[in-house]
Design a protein around this ligand. Structure first.
Ligand SMILES: NC(=O)c1ccc[n+]([C@@H]2O[C@H](COP(=O)([O-])OP(=O)(O)OC[C@H]3O[C@@H](n4cnc5c(N)ncnc54)[C@H](OP(=O)(O)O)[C@@H]3O)[C@@H](O)[C@H]2O)c1
Length: 299
């Protein structure tokens, strides 16, 4: 069926990826059925089949998730309900109706002790509840038997929402010096870049598990430095970022030290290459500062 005639249900449209996909889909002339938490609550799996029957989508993209990595350690049953039972229910509905499903997952399913970027079939081994709940969601989606793509991504940020970029911009305005973890490596990835990747999947379907992140890798410290290099053009000053170790910044959830994802399979099957993470960041920073200029903020 040609893409513009498909009814594409997108969950989590108040989130970073769901919101970006909603906007990109509409801009591309697609028929998007946007679902907020109040329309479809993944924690209430029993209500999901009726909601999907009423919406009658041709295809579902599940961008909604419980993403509070540290809080998940004390809310495990909610994290598993939202990240595993809910997606499993959507996947079984898709299998029963012959509908396709794109489901988002995470680099945090990996333990982080690899010496090269993780490939799709490398063994998983989540370190925390969030990663474990997403891993269980992947398993339930695969077991449901629907045509599906599981898209693992990482270190997501956008001009809006709860993310590292926005935290750094807030702290960098207040302080001249910050300490940021320099011994966790990963791939900062803009939500808009993931939205473009999902549209590519929809147009060129190929079943399976895929990794998609922006190209290159860095640490949280490197990411922060690049953020402030861009922000400095607007602020006229550049906060100093001191590298620290994970041990010096303890958090409730353990995180992988190395969660770089290999995107070769995605690039080969979808003929689509991710942009360099620095280029995506420059685009998002331009959006942030254009928005502030429009609202008359000093930056
Ligand atoms: N953020 C990252 O760094 C990251 C990294 C790797 C993978 N991922 C994965 O990428 C996907 C998209 O993440 P994101 O960064 O866009 O997340 P996000 O910005 O945190 O958005 C998540 C959305 O899910 C919604 N949600 C939470 N609980 C829900 C529930 N019970 N029922 C329905 N909706 C619910 C939230 O609704 P409210 O707005 O109402 O709270 C929010 O709009 C997720 O699968 C995530 O696991 C994210």
């Amino acid at each position: 069926m040609p893409l513009p005639t498909l009814r594409i249900l997108v969950t989590g449209v108040d989130g970073q990826v769901g919101g970006a996909l909603w906007r990109a889909g509409e801009a591309a002339g697609l028929s998007v059925l946007p679902m907020r938490r109040t329309d479809l609550d993944l924690a209430r799996a029993e209500a999901i089949p009726d909601i999907l029957d009423r919406a009658a989508p041709d295809l579902v993209v599940n961008c909604a998730a419980y993403t509070a990595v540290d809080k998940a350690e004390e809310e495990a049953s909610l994290a598993f309900a939202v990240n595993a039972e809910g997606p499993g229910t959507i996947a079984r509905w898709c299998a029963g109706r012959g509908r396709r499903l794109v489901h988002l997952s995470t680099d945090y399913v990996f333990p982080g002790n690899a010496g090269r970027p993780y490939r799709e079939d490398d063994p998983i081994g989540p370190l925390g509840v969030y990663g474990a709940s997403k891993a269980e969601g992947e398993r339930l989606v695969r077991d449901a038997g629907a045509e599906h793509v599981i898209l693992r991504t990482a270190w997501v940020y956008a001009a809006e929402g709860r993310n590292f970029l926005r935290t750094m911009l807030r702290l960098g305005r207040e302080r001249d010096e910050l300490n940021v973890v320099a011994d966790q490596r990963g791939c900062p990835t803009a939500a808009g870049s993931i939205a473009r990747a999902i549209l590519t999947i929809l147009g060129r379907w190929s079943d399976g598990t895929y990794h998609y992140v922006d190209a290159g890798e860095t640490t949280w410290h490197g990411f922060a430095q690049q953020i402030f290099a861009g922000a400095a053009e607007h602020w006229g000053r550049r906060p100093v970022v001191n590298p620290i170790t994970t041990d010096q910044y303890p958090t409730p959830a353990r995180r992988p030290a190395y969660s770089v994802l290999d995107t070769a399979r995605f690039q080969a099957d979808f003929a689509f290459s991710p942009p360099a993470w620095q280029d995506s960041l420059a685009e998002v920073l331009a959006e942030v500062f254009a928005g502030q200029a429009a609202y008359g903020e000093a930056g």
